[in-house]
Design a protein around this ligand. Structure first.
Ligand SMILES: C[S@@+](CC[C@H](N)C(=O)[O-])C[C@H]1O[C@@H](n2cnc3c(N)ncnc32)[C@H](O)[C@@H]1O
Length: 248
């Protein structure tokens, strides 16, 4: 049996997630009784170990952990940690040459794509990458399933390891200075009528993909609002066009 104390003993000195966040993640996975978990962005495998540990305590479930091939060059790497903790039965590692969006593509094109109860998105933290990744994950997430975003307020310009990288300096200032995960969170997740029960804790954003019978008033209300706003925009455009024609 691998306990939370065993996880701490092996993982306390491993980057990236803090002990406090690790406990939050462990408790969340254990509490929601997930079976099929997905993690995008693994690094050394620390957060994946806490997810796997919570699944192990329950006696079933797998975390599919996806990163780039070079994740195995880290020391320790996810394979070392999985073996040390004896969590092999609960971890499936998927390595991609370039991006987890291609892993998601492969899953989507399977005759019977896998379905997940939970996805922890903790990868590139950019609008293009994680906005698209979320839209793909949404196709694989069961109704009632949850997404968790790391670092809602992280910016490239604030990152000690990335801010001075040539590829970052070449970006337009607004891309460097925008909290891009928050844009995904606000524009794609919380604005969607399909998602609800959102909460933020310590820079993390949790949201649930509502089951059809839960969409109810909240979903209908939001959908109504979206349609009303589109209608208002169309009317405003027409009135604007009419005004400029009257002026000429
Ligand atoms: C913040 S670290 C993950 C930390 C880990 N979840 C933890 O808390 O222990 C981000 C990881 O995302 C990976 N990553 C970034 N962009 C990626 C992409 N497009 N495809 C696959 N992995 C990516 C990086 O290689 C890095 O290992």
């Amino acid at each position: 049996m691998v306990t939370l104390a065993d996880l701490h003993a092996v993982l306390d000195d491993v980057p990236v997630i803090s002990r406090h966040k690790a406990e939050l993640l462990y408790g969340f996975v254990a509490d929601k009784e997930f079976s099929d978990c997905l993690e995008l962005g693994v690094a050394h495998g620390k957060s994946a170990m806490y997810i796997a540990g919570a699944l192990h305590e329950r006696g079933r479930g797998t975390v599919t952990a996806v990163d780039r091939t070079y994740a195995l060059k880290r020391s320790p790497n996810i394979e070392d940690l999985t073996e040390k903790l004896g969590l092999d039965a609960h971890v499936r590692l998927e390595l991609e040459p370039r991006s987890y969006t291609w892993f998601l593509q492969r899953m989507l094109e399977q005759p019977e794509p896998p379905r997940y109860d939970f996805c922890f998105i903790d990868g590139g933290h950019t609008w293009d990458l994680d906005g698209f990744a979320f839209l793909l994950v949404d196709r694989l997430l069961r109704p009632g399933g949850w997404v968790l975003f790391d670092d809602l307020d992280w910016k490239l310009s604030d990152s000690p390891s990335l801010a001075d990288e040539p590829w970052v300096r070449e970006l337009p200032a607004h891309e460097r200075e925008t909290a891009q995960v928050r844009k995904v969170w606000e524009l794609l997740v919380t604005a969607s009528p399909r998602y609800g029960n959102e909460s933020e804790r310590g820079g993390w954003g949790f949201a649930q993909k509502l089951a059809d019978d839960e969409l109810g008033l909240r979903g209908a209300g939001r959908l109504g609002l979206v349609h009303m706003n589109r209608f208002r925009d169309r009317v405003e455009r027409k009135v604007g066009a009419l005004r400029s024609r009257l002026r000429t």
